[in-house]
Design a protein around this ligand. Structure first.
Ligand code: NI
Length: 173
């Protein structure tokens, strides 16, 4: 496993649409291993392959175990993730960060729950309804596969802070 460089804002590759993965291959398995290592070293709760300049539709999500967040404490690896259903108008407000926008945080609205489907790391069909913080991280990472960053979704331009100016819980996704 290799820790890979996380590309940051200003790098146009973050704005590209990632390609679908046709099937699980040894290269994809190696990429997944590198991404896991990178996410752990960087202290993120999620990572998209686009963030290490691999423009394929592949995300990781791993939020710390929390009794109030169903499905937390587990590592999710999803190929070709897509949102097939949302809570619609039922939204939550929260503060997000991003390993590709180091040093900043911003307020973003997200669906309270979403249904995500895709393939697991073995290439088997996978589907799950996720809610709360876990749903937020999935929405953030799936945005990356479409070249969208959380700063595109700020509730207001002024709801964006330098990390040191923000008082509250920090979230890195
Ligand atoms: Ni991010």
């Amino acid at each position: 496993m290799t820790v890979r460089e996380v590309i940051t804002i200003g790098d146009d590759r973050l704005r590209d649409q990632a390609r679908a993965i046709e099937k699980s291959t040894p290269e994809i398995t190696r990429l997944i291993e590198d991404m896991i290592e990178t996410m752990h070293v960087e202290g993120g709760v999620g990572l998209a392959a686009s963030q290490i300049a691999e423009l394929v539709r592949l995300i990781l999500v791993e939020v710390p175990e929390d009794e109030e967040v169903p499905g937390s404490g587990e590592l999710y690896v999803v190929l070709n993730p897509e949102i097939t259903k949302t809570s619609g108008d039922e939204i939550t407000l929260g503060v997000e960060g991003c390993l590709s926008i180091p040093g900043y945080l911003g307020e973003v609205e997200r669906h309270a729950w979403v249904v995500v489907q895709g393939l697991d790391r073995r290439g088997k069909r996978w589907r799950k309804k996720v809610e709360g913080f876990l749903a937020r991280v999935f929405q953030h990472e799936i945005d990356h596969t479409n070249g969208i960053l959380y700063i595109d979704r700020l509730t207001a331009p002024e709801r964006f802070w330098k990390e040191e100016a923000f008082e509250g819980d920090e979230v890195l996704v």
